[in-house]
Each structure stands twice: as structure tokens, then as C-alpha cells.
Design a protein around this ligand. Structure first.
Ligand code: PLP
Length: 479
């Protein structure tokens, strides 16, 4: 109330026409009071806060695979997928460039000292203020897919280097982006002519086969379409020099990929062949890609704490279904269930079996129970798994989810005041071991893993062992 009063007073007194600025200043200057914030301080107890475990060695491994399989393609990491600063720094150090969707992402990457020439502003429909920022900062390369965008660029950034994004067949992708972006081939001649009329710099063609592409042929088909655009441009006297094959590369580690899923190796194979067939005659062509999921997906493991439980009484007549409430949910990292059509499976970590070392020792019932897993907020939409088969867990136990690096934290909210997971970084630690290092009194069900894996239809990750590798440990802790 006091703040509102001050704002009203200040607004009345203000001689500045820019009221927004005044209010911002005022909020910054407003007297602070000692309030309880949801963001923990050092003294706060956040023992049940969810934990991200980010393995930078996995990011490095993925880049090595990319280099090996697509040696002629320069990757531009799609920052939107996971803008974690350590992922960005690692990729920068490995010579990967960056695909930014906005002024904010460009600022983050430029602030790391990355040269503007190493960025593509790959958003075909850009706010004018972001376009102007790109101009100020010297980020020249950008995509477009419509005439209005060309008119905007003509006014606000006429020197920009333009890449025409064409529509690809994304019908097999988990997230179809063609519903929103990409020019059909039928409108390409008009767009090319308009760009020439406006005296803009046309430099290349891009496409995106959809995120989570499940059909390696989609890349081959899109490369063929791009070739048709190159031919149309040649007819108009324009010599294009960049082909951008976008993102869509699967993020799963090849070794753990379900045999039915398309692998990165399959896609790279089809892509190499198509590039040779359609662009082999252009040895000076710059070929680039915008992988996001490929780098981030398998680098992150999430551990969530069982904060509450209902329905485990086992009394006759009571519902035989256990509900677990955990410390992260659909409004947090598991937003990927809604936005990214992800499916996830939790690996239970149970308390130490040794009662001497664990005063809270509970004899775990390894029988599987019909269960459901819910996020911490008060909304019933906040459900991670409606039907899970889990051994009986206690409040305080942990569930671990692998492959949580892509399109998770970046889109998480703090709805209901629940904070995002704390992030820890490792270089090469087994994720389970690393989580265990941080969570006393837990151990994975090694003895029973195979049995559980069978019961849980192989979905449980049964491969973790305590490696004891001296180089495998938690390196950095941070928010
Ligand atoms: N490039 C653009 C323009 C995108 O919109 C996206 C994802 O939305 C990506 C690249 C990254 O895609 P992926 O994470 O599937 O590689």
C-alpha cells in the first residue's frame, strides 16, 4: 500500500513524460523491508529443493559427435533450448556459434565476448526494438519468411544479411514449427523479388524440420527444397552462399536410444547424402545448422524430492493408489510435458538400508504400487505421471529423471512461489553417483534394479554403478 501511495505521489509530481522509467526507478528506490522471499538465502533450509545435475562432459561429447558426423556443417547452438551460462561457455570454447531468438539471447551471448559474426538472429518475425538492437550490436545474419518482415528490415536494418526460411515437411516432428514459420516454395519467387526491389542483401536459405524430428528423410526433403530456392535465386541473378539446415536433431545419447527412434547418426547420414546430391557442385557454400536439443537433452539429470504422500495406508477398503507430491512440477522443469510433448520416467532412490547409519531408516517395500506423481503447486494440472508403478516411497525420498536438459528450466515459472531447482555442474560424473554425493542417506536400488527394471517395463535406468572414478565428481555449485 505504501509503495502504491509513493508511486501515485511520484507520478503526480513527475515532470518527465516517460512515466514507465519513473516507475521503474521508483520501484528500485522503494524502501526495502525484511521480507521472506521464496528465493533461499544461505540460512534457508532447502533440503527438499529439486536439483539439476548438468554434465558438461556430455556437451563436449555431443560436439565431438557433431564434428565427426557432419564435418562440413558449422553448428550454431539454439540458445532457447537451454541458456545455461556454462553450456554456452563450453560450446563457445569448442568453437560452436549461436542461434539467438531475441535481443535478450543476443545480449547474453555477446556479453560472454562472442563476436556478433558468430550469431544468427534466427527468428523470422522479430520485434522492431530487437531488430534495432541487432543493428547496434552488429549482428547481421538473420532469417525472414514474409514480405512484412522485409519491409521492417528495409526501414530498421537495411544492411542485414538475410536468410530466407522455407517451409519444410515437419509432419513427423514432435514439435511442428511449420505451423508458425517458413515460406512455402510457391511464395518464394515473390519474396525474392521483393527483397531485390528493396535492395536488401539476400545471402542464404534456412529451414527447420521441426523439433524432435523422427524421420531422417525430412532433412533430405528439406535440402531438396532449399536447392530449388537456390535455383530460383540464380534465375533472378542472386548468388546465395549460405545453407542453414536448422535444428531438429535428436538429443538422446546414441547408446541409450530406443532402437525404434531415429538416431543422430541416421540423420547425419541422410543429410550428408542430400547435401552432396543437391549442393555438391558448390564447394564454397557455407553450411550451418541450429541444433539445440542435440547438445542439452542428455546433459542434465533432475532429482526431485518426495515432499508429501497420500494413500499409502494399505488399510482394507481404502484406495490402492499412492499419490506422491514432489518438489518440481509442470509449472517448473516439467513444463516440457506440456510445451515439448516430452514423456519422462522417474528412477527412485531409496534411503540407505543400513539402520545404523540412518536413524530414519525405513524398510522399503519393493513391491510395485499403482502410483501417481504430482508437482508441488495447488493446481491439479500439475501432474508429472498419472499412472506409474513405483516401490513404496517415503517423504524425503528422491526420484531421478534423466535427459532433462532441453526445453525444461528455460521455460519454468515460479508459480505458487516454488523456486526452480538448484543447479550443480559436473564433468563426467555418473549422474546417479553425483546426485548421491549430494543426497546423504540415499542409495539407488542396485541390488534390485534388474528386478525393478523388468517390472517397470525396462523404463528404469538400470545401468548406474558407483564408479568411484577419481575424476568424476561435482565441480561447481551454482544457481
Ligand atoms: N532454430 C530455430 C529457429 C528454432 O525455432 C529451434 C527450436 O524451436 C531450433 C533451432 C532448435 O531446435 P532443436 O532444439 O530441435 O534442435
Amino acid at each position: 500500500q505504501a509503495l502504491r501511495q509513493i508511486i501515485r505521489q511520484q507520478a503526480c509530481n513527475s515532470s518527465s513524460p516517460d512515466r514507465g522509467t519513473d516507475l521503474n526507478l521508483l520501484v528500485n528506490k522503494a524502501p526495502t523491508c525484511q521480507s521472506r522471499t521464496a528465493e533461499p538465502t544461505e540460512d534457508d533450509d532447502d533440503t527438499d529443493r529439486a536439483i539439476f545435475l548438468l554434465d558438461l562432459a556430455q556437451v563436449v561429447r555431443q560436439q565431438r559427435r557433431f564434428e565427426r558426423q557432419l564435418p562440413n556443417v558449422q553448428p550454431f547452438y539454439a540458445v532457447k533450448c537451454n541458456p545455461d551460462p556454462h553450456i554456452l561457455r563450453a560450446l563457445d570454447a569448442l568453437g560452436v556459434n549461436f542461434d539467438c531468438a531475441s535481443k535478450g539471447e543476443m545480449a547474453q551471448v555477446l556479453d560472454m565476448g562472442v563476436a556478433p559474426e558468430r550469431i544468427i538472429f534466427a527468428n523470422p518475425c522479430k520485434p522492431i526494438s530487437h531488430l534495432r538492437a541487432a543493428r547496434r550490436w552488429g549482428v547481421q545474419l538473420m532469417t525472414f519468411d514474409n514480405e512484412d518482415e522485409l519491409d521492417k528490415i528495409h526501414v530498421h536494418y537495411p544492411e542485414a544479411q538475410l536468410v530466407l526460411r522455407v517451409l519444410a515437411d515437419d509432419s513427423s516432428a514432435v514439435c511442428r514449427l511449420g505451423l508458425k514459420f517458413g515460406a512455402p516454395l510457391s511464395v518464394v519467387p515473390r519474396l525474392l523479388r521483393r527483397a531485390l526491389e528493396l535492395d536488401l542483401n539476400l545471402v542464404g536459405v534456412s529451414f527447420h524440420v521441426g523439433s524432435g524430428c523422427t524421420d531422417a528423410n525430412a532433412f533430405a526433403d528439406a535440402v531438396h527444397r532449399a536447392r530449388q530456392v537456390f535455383d530460383m535465386a540464380t534465375e533472378l541473378g542472386v548468388c546465395l552462399k549460405i545453407l542453414d539446415v536448422g535444428g531438429g536433431f535428436p538429443g538422446a545419447d546414441e547408446t541409450s536410444t530406443n532402437s525404434k527412434d531415429v538416431t543422430f547418426a541416421d540423420i547425419a547420414h541422410h543429410l550428408r547424402q542430400a547435401l552432396q546430391r543437391h549442393f555438391g557442385h558448390l564447394p564454397d557454400l557455407t553450411i550451418m545448422a541450429e541444433p539445440g536439443r542435440f547438445y542439452a537433452h542428455s546433459a542434465v539429470t533432475l532429482a526431485v524430492n518426495v515432499i508429501a504422500r497420500r494413500g499409502a495406508s494399505g488399510r482394507p477398503g481404502e484406495e490402492d493408489h499412492v499419490r506422491y507430491y514432489v518438489s518440481d512440477g509442470v509449472y517448473g522443469s516439467f513444463n516440457c510435458l506440456l510445451f515439448d510433448h516430452a514423456s519422462v520416467r522417474g528412477l527412485p532412490l531409496l534411503r540407505a538400508a543400513d539402520a545404523d547409519h540412518d536413524p530414519n531408516h525405513v524398510d522399503h517395500d519393493l513391491k510395485l504400487h499403482a502410483s501417481s506423481v504430482w508437482g508441488p503447486t495447488c493446481d491439479s494440472l500439475d501432474c508429472i505421471a498419472r499412472e506409474a508403478q513405483l516401490p513404496l516411497l517415503e517423504v524425503g525420498d528422491w526420484l531421478v529423471y534423466h535427459d532433462m536438459g532441453a526445453y525444461t528450466a528455460c521455460a519454468a515459472s515460479t508459480f505458487n512461489g516454488f523456486v526452480r531447482p538448484r543447479c550443480y555442474y559436473t564433468f563426467g560424473a555418473d549422474p546417479i553417483d553425483a546426485v548421491l554425493e549430494m543426497l546423504p542417506n540415499t542409495f539407488p536400488l542396485h541390488g534390485h534394479l534388474m528386478q525393478l527394471a523388468a517390472a517397470m517395463q525396462g523404463a528404469i535406468v538400470a545401468t548406474s554403478t558407483i564408479t568411484g572414478r577419481p575424476d568424476a565428481h561435482v565441480l561447481v555449485e551454482g544457481d
